[in-house]
Ligand binder design. Structure first.
Ligand code: HEC
Length: 198
């Protein structure tokens, strides 16, 4: 090791231990412990290069090609499409009266359990209006009844059931009202409220 070599190295920021001939980092000596200036192991350098290459490919796929498997919105849409029917939005349920026995029995059960307190089991009406006559405050279409049961008419005392009953349960109970209670003769009918619908 010539003197000039050593001078250059000193300028570059490291010096050579004269006894062992290993490279040392200048001024990095504490309590007799010297810091060596060895090259990084090649496996480490490769790992570093691969990480950079990976991140570049990732960014190009994400921002340039907008790859499906990297985009959160697309993944969300895929999950939603695969989710069970009960979690789908209300619009998925066809707005039509359910006339099969099972739906009407389910509807009857809901009616007697939670609606009858105000509307009476036979639909004659008490706090809530009579369901058996042809007078309706909010209309007699399936969408009208569904909206009343879903959102309620709080200021008049009709409770919203959107959190308590699933869309299907709401459709079942209004189907029971329209196809089973409406048109019958209750024991103590409440006077008509609303407008006459033929
Ligand atoms: C706490 C009492 C109460 C309960 C419980 C209740 N209702 Fe009502 N309901 C009312 C009142 C009061 C009205 C009248 C609202 C108005 O005047 O706009 C009403 C109105 C309605 C109407 C609209 C009637 C019309 O003439 O347009 C429907 C349909 C209805 N309720 C269905 C139900 C169903 C189904 C349930 C059970 C899931 C239920 N209600 C539970 C009090 C109640």
């Amino acid at each position: 090791m010539t003197n000039t070599d050593e001078n250059i190295r000193k300028e570059e920021g490291y010096e050579v231990d004269t006894a062992t001939n290993v490279r040392l980092i200048k001024d990095h000596e504490y309590d007799g412990i010297k810091e060596l200036d060895n090259d990084m192991p090649s496996w480490w350098v490769w790992l570093f290069i691969i990480t950079i290459a990976f991140s570049l490919i990732y960014l190009v796929r994400l921002w340039v090609f907008r790859a499906d498997d990297l985009l959160q919105e697309k993944e969300f849409q895929k999950e939603m499409a695969a989710a069970p029917k009960a979690n789908k939005p209300v619009e998925e349920l066809a707005m039509a009266w359910l006339d099969d026995d099972m739906s009407l029995n389910n509807g009857k059960e809901t009616w007697t359990k939670i609606c009858a307190v105000c509307h009476l089991a036979d639909g004659g009406g008490l706090v809530g209006p009579n369901m058996t006559d042809n007078y309706w405050i909010h209309g007699n279409k399936v969408e009208d009844l569904f909206a009343v049961v879903t959102n309620g008419v709080i200021e008049k005392g009709m409770i919203p059931y959107k959190d308590q009953l699933s869309p299907r349960q709401r459709l079942e109970v209004i189907s029971y009202v329209m196809l089973r209670l409406h048109g019958t003769t209750p024991a103590t009918p409440k006077e008509p409220q609303g407008e006459l619908y033929e």
